[in-house]
Design a protein around this ligand. Structure first.
Ligand SMILES: [Zn+2]
Length: 358
């Protein structure tokens, strides 16, 4: 993730060094000259071309373009490499620390959220504070524990749920580079497979604290398609939030097929953030499906040692990651980046003027 920041920093360094200005003629002549000739000066022409490009690409498009399918794939592989992430194993502890270290590397403030379930376990929470309405909180969450028919030693949990966890991490890596009106929390939930234990504990504590959670997006199994191009994402939960996700997906990721399910569904970590259980909050659950019936004909490797990374559809998962990032950025109120080309224009004008030596 540092790679992304480095690329951005390099790009800024590279364009922040206009040629040094030469001798300056009378100010009035400077202005007339700039008006008359500036458009044909190479540095200014380049500046205007870049500026037009910047205007053409919206801040949201720029943000979504930063999401990397390669990084997403790396996260899935790294999570599977722990062997098992079953709640009471060393692999689970390693995965907990991996999430904390990774989120911390994005410059986010990270907290390991302890709860008791046959010992002390942890959810991992990273916070990006909002600049305008910091008390309004939006969450993207995914459970990182896994299970299988051999949970103590072999539970790769690639689709369930390295796929959602990797999306949460990749979205955190990009959104952490931007500013938002409201606060965003990126959360890895633990012990989901034992009955939503970690998310239940988190939501209960958040209600006691009085956290104003407005919207919660939960991703759980978002990367299996059985090779079907007709695969869609089921988006289930509070109506306004489901509608918002589907509208943002249609706008920014038109290649992603979605299906809305309005209501109060069990089955994953959105459950304790639903409006009926957390006053003021709304939540949704994004999950892949290959059939019109949500629970039939889904991943045949579900909860087996064969739920491995090589069986996933990374193109599909990337679209779900983009749609989730767009919805989260839309909800939290993306504040456009400082318009770098606008800041550079005076320098480019100076450069063009400076070269006009009589
Ligand atoms: Zn799951």
């Amino acid at each position: 993730m540092l790679r992304k920041q480095d690329r951005r920093a390099d790009a800024r360094r590279a364009i922040r060094h206009p040629p040094p200005p030469g001798p300056s003629p009378h100010p009035k002549l400077q202005l007339e000259s700039a008006m008359r000739k500036s458009l044909i000066r190479p540095p200014l022409a380049l500046g205007l071309a870049l500026f037009s490009g910047w205007l053409a690409a919206s801040p949201m498009t720029n943000l979504l373009g930063q999401l990397s399918q390669f990084d997403y794939q790396d996260y899935v592989g790294n999570l599977q490499a722990f062997g098992t992430r079953y709640f009471n194993t060393q692999g689970n502890v390693k995965a907990t620390n991996y999430l904390a270290d990774t989120l911390n590397s994005f410059g986010l403030s990270v907290r390991q959220d302890a709860f008791d379930y046959g010992g002390t376990r942890y959810n991992v929470e990273a916070t990006l504070p909002g600049l305008v309405t910091p008390n309004q909180i939006f969450i993207i969450g995914a459970h990182f524990d896994s299970t299988s028919n051999d949970p103590q030693t072999n539970a790769p949990g690639a689709d369930d749920n390295a796929s959602g966890t990797a999306a949460m991490l990749e979205i955190a890596s990009v959104l952490s580079q931007y500013q938002f009106a409201s606060t965003i929390r990126f959360i890895g939930f633990n012990a989901e497979e034992q009955g939503l234990i970690g998310s239940n504990a988190y939501a209960a504590a958040a209600q006691v604290r009085g956290d104003t959670i407005v919207g919660m997006l939960n991703l759980d199994m978002i990367a299996y398609t059985a090779g079907l191009a007709t695969q869609d994402l089921e988006v289930m939960g509070d109506k306004w939030l489901v509608d918002r996700f589907i509208a943002d997906a249609a706008t920014y990721v038109p290649g992603l097929l979605t299906q809305a399910w309005y209501g109060d569904y069990y089955g994953s970590d959105h459950y304790y953030f639903h409006s009926s259980r957390y006053p003021g909050s709304s939540s949704l659950f994004g999950i892949e499906d290959t059939a019109t019936d949500i629970w039939s004909n889904s991943n045949p490797y579900y909860h087996k040692t064969t739920d491995t990374a090589d069986r996933l559809d990374y193109g599909f998962a990337y679209k779900v990651t983009q749609a989730s990032a767009a919805t989260l950025a839309d909800l939290a109120g993306l504040i456009p980046e400082p318009p770098i080309m606008l800041l550079l224009l005076p320098g480019l004008l100076l450069a063009a003027r400076g070269r006009r030596v009589h």
